[in-house]
Ligand binder design. Structure first.
Ligand SMILES: [Fe+2]
Ligand SMILES: [Fe+2]
Length: 184
C-alpha cells in the first residue's frame, strides 16, 4: 500500500508534490479547450505557490548550514523566476497569445528545479538526508503550514519573491515567513 500524505516524511511529501504538479502539466499539454487549460494552469500555479512556501519557510531554512550554501541560494532564485511566471499566468488567461508558452516554460523551469532537488546524491534532498535532518518533524511542520498557505493563496494572494532586486532579500536567508502581518 502506498503511503498516505499524512504518513510521509519531509522528502516523500515534497516529492509527492512534485509528481502532482508534473501530472497537472501533462494534462495541460493534452487539454484542448481554453477553459480546461486555464483550470489546469491555475491548479499548477496554486500547488506550486504552496509548495514553494513550505520549502522556503521550513525545509530550506532547516538545510541552511547543513548543505552547500550555493545549492540553496540557487533554489531560492529558481523559485523566484518561477513565481514571476506564475503571477503572469494567474493574471492572464488562455486567450492571450503567450499563455500556453508561459505555462510550457514554467513546466520546463520546474522540471529543471525538481532535478536539482531530487538528483541522486548531489541533490538538495539527498544532501539534507545525509546531513541527518529530522524529516518527520519537518513533515509535521510542513503539513501544518501547507494548510494555512493553501487558504491564503486560494483567497487570491499572489506569489512573493524573495531574492530579486527590491525584495527583502534577508528573508531568503532566515526562516521568517515573508511579510507576516506586515502592512503592505
Ligand atoms: Fe520542490
Ligand atoms: Fe524547490
Amino acid at each position: 500500500m502506498a503511503q498516505t500524505y499524512e504518513e510521509m516524511d519531509a522528502i516523500a511529501m515534497l516529492k509527492a508534490d512534485h509528481r502532482k504538479v508534473e501530472e497537472i502539466f501533462e494534462q495541460f499539454e493534452k487539454a484542448t479547450s481554453k477553459a480546461k487549460k486555464q483550470e489546469l494552469a491555475e491548479q499548477a500555479c496554486l500547488e506550486l505557490k504552496v509548495h514553494t512556501v513550505i520549502e522556503e519557510e521550513i525545509f530550506y531554512p532547516a538545510c541552511r548550514g547543513q548543505i552547500e550554501e550555493d545549492l540553496l541560494n540557487e533554489a531560492y532564485v529558481e523559485h523566484d523566476s518561477a513565481k514571476q511566471l506564475i503571477n503572469e499566468i494567474e493574471a492572464g488567461g488562455p486567450e492571450e497569445d503567450f499563455y500556453d508558452a508561459k505555462v510550457k516554460v514554467l513546466s520546463e523551469m520546474i522540471e529543471h528545479h525538481v532535478e536539482e532537488e531530487e538528483k541522486r546524491s548531489e541533490g538538495i534532498f539527498s544532501k539534507a538526508r545525509s546531513a541527518g535532518l529530522d524529516m518527520d518533524k519537518l513533515a509535521e511542520d510542513m503539513r501544518a503550514r501547507k494548510r494555512t498557505a493553501m487558504e491564503e493563496f486560494q483567497a487570491g494572494k499572489p506569489a512573493e519573491t524573495r531574492t530579486m532586486a527590491g525584495d527583502d532579500v534577508e528573508s531568503a536567508m532566515t526562516d521568517e515567513p515573508l511579510n507576516e502581518g506586515a502592512p503592505r
